[in-house]
Design a binder for this molecule. Structure first.
Ligand SMILES: Nc1ncnc2c1ncn2[C@@H]1O[C@H](COP(=O)(O)OP(=O)(O)OP(=O)(O)O)[C@@H](O)[C@H]1O
Ligand SMILES: [Mg+2]
Length: 482
């Protein structure tokens, strides 16, 4: 093993300081040989260069001054642990000795203590341990049973990483439903253009056209999708007002109910068109508005006699995209509420396979402040979904703005760069095992590096996200041509 430094000063049970003779990066793995337990894995959490140059002398230095400066590299490391005879990860109960040698940890020790497995049957391969050739595979059962959050600032790589995760779930034939507000995930059908990075990560490019189906409430804007419709009969008049874009419930609810009652009396199989005709006959400003908005709903074809059938919407081993591009925010909320409720109710009765429900832009659908039509059902799924094999994946650029109870129920977190102090605080509060050093590192993570917590691992891991096998659909729009 390559020696990099020695332990000095007061030595604690969970961490120690070391003087470094070799440059080591923050986050790198180290090893200390313990008399009782053999090699113990540690991780560099902080680094500091100490010098004898004080402020006064630095200020007085001339540009040509070559006076030697004595400096030393100091580090703070945390102890990750060792595997005991029963295969459990333990931390030594006696502190290391000051003066003990510290080595760069070798890959077999890292893989053993971190519990990294290669090509496991239940693993979703998301990338390599940073600066190593070791695969990070997240346990799919844990992901689906215990929920996932993907957190990063805008442009941090959330959708890219989620794409990686969905590819893995599709390879393992896990059923997924993806709420896709920007219509980004249709590109899962198309293989990526192969490049050198694919070989480094051992990824074969591949499209999942046969396992991806797409629905949208607005097929004129999203022609690749099949129409998503809901049954008019099971639509509550209040929800109908939302589809109509009318927020003034006090003014419109009673007259709308009246129209529905009148029409249903003579024709129990009424359509939106029948409601339009009935509203047309009414007089006054309210009736006029109802008529105009019902006409609009009729044109959207969102509410039909039967609605999209559950068997069409959820197919075992496939991903269903709910493309909400161009759909008004309150209608999006209603669509999410109806879909999430249907999935939860039918999962309880075991009428559909266990599945993974992905909510992109989750801060809009389960906000911490205010409420969305779908907040309650999403909170229910977060707290109870696991009992019924309904996994939730919340993706957000604003960790501080998503409902805290949803965030704290996510036991696997995939965190990319986050710089907003409020979001960092929310993350630090909802995740166990984050050291202050890690929280600091989250602020400067390069694109493509994620901090992974949970997913079957006992300690947070820095992961170089593997390249997509499929094309990424969330490319930034070029404002000025290169
Ligand atoms: N692992 C990666 N490897 C290579 N490029 C990446 C990676 N992750 C992200 N990118 C690039 O970074 C850009 C932003 O990524 P992405 O669309 O995933 O961000 P986002 O966090 O979803 O942003 P938004 O909040 O705007 O939705 C994309 O152009 C993508 O190609
Ligand atoms: Mg995105």
């Amino acid at each position: 093993m390559e020696e990099v430094g020695r332990i000095f000063g007061d030595v604690g049970l969970g961490q120690f300081q070391l003087s470094l003779a070799q440059p080591v990066e923050r986050g790198d793995y180290l090893a200390v040989v313990d008399e009782l337990h053999g090699s113990v894995l540690c991780q560099l959490d902080d680094l500091r260069r100490k010098s004898d140059l004080d402020l006064e002398h630095a200020g007085a230095m001339q540009p040509t001054d070559e006076t030697p400066i004595h400096e030393s590299l100091l580090g703070a490391a945390r102890i990750v642990g060792y595997r005991d005879g029963q295969g459990l990860v333990k931390i030594p109960t006696i502190p290391f000795r000051p003066g003990a040698h510290v080595y760069r940890a070798e890959e077999p020790l890292i893989a053993d203590v971190l519990g990294l497995k290669h090509h496991s049957n239940t693993g979703a391969y998301v990338g390599l341990l940073r600066n190593h050739e070791l695969r990070i595979e997240l346990d799919i059962n844990q992901l689906v049973q215990r929920h996932v959050s993907v957190l990063a600032k805008t442009g941090g790589g959330k959708s890219y990483l989620l794409g990686v995760l969905i590819e893995e779930l599709l390879r393992h034939r896990v059923t997924c439903v993806i709420i896709d507000p920007h219509g980004e995930y249709g590109s899962l059908r198309v293989p990526a253009e192969k490049n050198g990075v694919h070989a480094k990560f051992g990824v074969e490019v591949q499209g999942f056209a046969r396992q991806v189906q797409e629905y949208s409430p607005d097929v004129s804007l999203n022609p690749s999708a099949k129409p998503l419709t809901f049954s008019l009969r099971s639509t509550d008049p209040r929800d109908l007002l939302i589809f109509m874009g009318l927020t003034n419930v006090k003014t419109y609810l009673a007259p709308l109910k009246q129209i529905i009652e009148n029409v249903a009396l003579t024709n129990p199989d009424y359509t939106v068109h029948d409601l339009v005709r009935a509203a047309e006959a009414g007089e006054g400003a309210v009736a006029e508005t109802l008529h105009e908005r019902l006409e609009y709903v009729d044109q959207t074809k969102l509410l039909g006699p039967k609605g999209t059938s559950l068997n069409d919407l959820v197919k075992k081993g496939e991903a269903t995209l709910i493309n909400l591009r161009g759909v008004a925010p309150d209608v999006q909320e209603l669509v999410v509420a109806r879909i999430a409720t249907t999935l939860f109710e039918n999962r309880k009765k075991d009428k559909i396979p266990p599945l993974f429900l992905v909510i992109e832009e989750a801060h809009n659908f389960a906000p911490q402040q205010g409420s969305a039509t779908c907040s309650r059902i999403l909170k229910n799924i977060a707290s109870e979904g696991r009992k019924f094999g309904l996994g939730l994946c919340a993706v957000t650029q604003r960790a501080a703005r998503i409902d805290k109870s949803v965030l704290s129920q996510c036991n696997t977190q995939l965190i990319l760069q986050v710089t907003n102090p409020l979001d960092l605080k929310a993350i630090a509060q909802s995740i166990e095992g984050l050291t202050p050093g890690m929280t600091e590192m989250i602020q400067s993570l390069p694109v493509g590096v994620a901090l992974v917590t949970g997913g079957g691992y006992h300690t947070p891991l820095f992961c170089e996200v593997r390249p997509r096998a499929t094309r990424h659909g969330g490319e930034s729009v070029q404002i000025v041509a290169a």
